[in-house]
Design a protein around this ligand. Structure first.
Ligand code: FPP
Length: 232
């Protein structure tokens, strides 16, 4: 059997919570509740596989257009989760980082987020980047503004990348999107330039460790060329 090549950095668009809930005859938010449980389970599986960075798309800059009640429930869910799971995340060795705009989020959620970042700062098993109020184009625009405000007159790909939200960590090797859509949907655009993509029809609440392993096995077989010609 060939050796399993494990991505250093895995990114996931956790799509299909609403559709899954609807199919079960439940309100959409129940899909988000289940979605959080799956996110925890998959984080544990990533640690076991030796994945070093996991970036999860939890709320996009476009998600504000959803019904107010759903947006509020999502934020409430995050607040409860980040408070209740603090001990467990530390025990697992999860360093949590938040990427995105932050400024438009409710202030109590922002406080909980910055506390969690601080409290998990020394955890070293895995770094989980949670994208909340995140958009790939917005990230690039914020990086340009940062460069202007720092008076930077010239940039290279490397120096520019360091100004982005995921600056300083390797680009994702693999991106998984659930629920049958085959799009990047304004996720970490710059960082996904050479990322291998994996799509599954399963909705996020149905995603399992077995499916994660299937995605990693599929990734293992890919020949990554980064624009070069490979010797056969
Ligand atoms: C996509 O399903 C999912 C989201 C917009 C939110 C994902 C958020 C979570 C799983 C909870 C937050 C996570 C953590 C770890 C705190 P959808 O609602 O777009 O589903 P649909 O496409 O079927 O409507």
């Amino acid at each position: 059997m060939e050796e399993l090549k494990v991505p250093v950095h895995l990114a996931i668009i956790m799509d299909g919570n609403g559709r899954w809930a609807k199919r079960q005859g439940m309100p959409r938010v129940m899909g988000h509740y289940r979605g959080v449980e799956v996110a925890e389970e998959i984080t544990e599986a990533c640690i076991e596989l030796g994945i070093e960075y996991l970036t999860l798309f939890a709320f996009s800059t476009e998600n504000w257009t959803r019904p107010r009640e759903e947006v509020e429930t999502l934020f409430e869910l995050m607040k409860t989760y980040f408070k209740e799971k603090r001990e467990r995340l530390i025990e697992l060795g999860v360093r949590v980082k938040f990427i995105g705009r932050k400024g438009r989020l409710p202030s109590d959620l922002r406080k909980i987020m910055s506390d969690l970042e601080r409290e998990t700062e020394r955890c070293g098993e895995i770094q989980v980047n949670l994208a909340i109020d995140y958009g790939g184009r917005d990230d690039i625009v914020r990086a340009v503004k940062k460069a202007i405000s720092l008076g930077i007159e010239d940039v290279s790909e490397e120096s520019f990348a360091s100004l982005l939200d995921l600056g300083g960590i390797p680009d994702p090797d693999l991106m998984i999107r659930t629920a049958g859509e085959r799009r990047i949907s304004n996720f970490v655009l710059w960082n996904l330039a050479y990322t291998e993509l994996y799509f599954t029809d399963l909705c996020w609440p149905e995603f399992t460790r077995e499916e994660l392993l299937r995605a990693v096995e599929d990734f293992s077989k890919r020949k990554r060329k980064f624009g070069r010609v490979l010797d056969e």
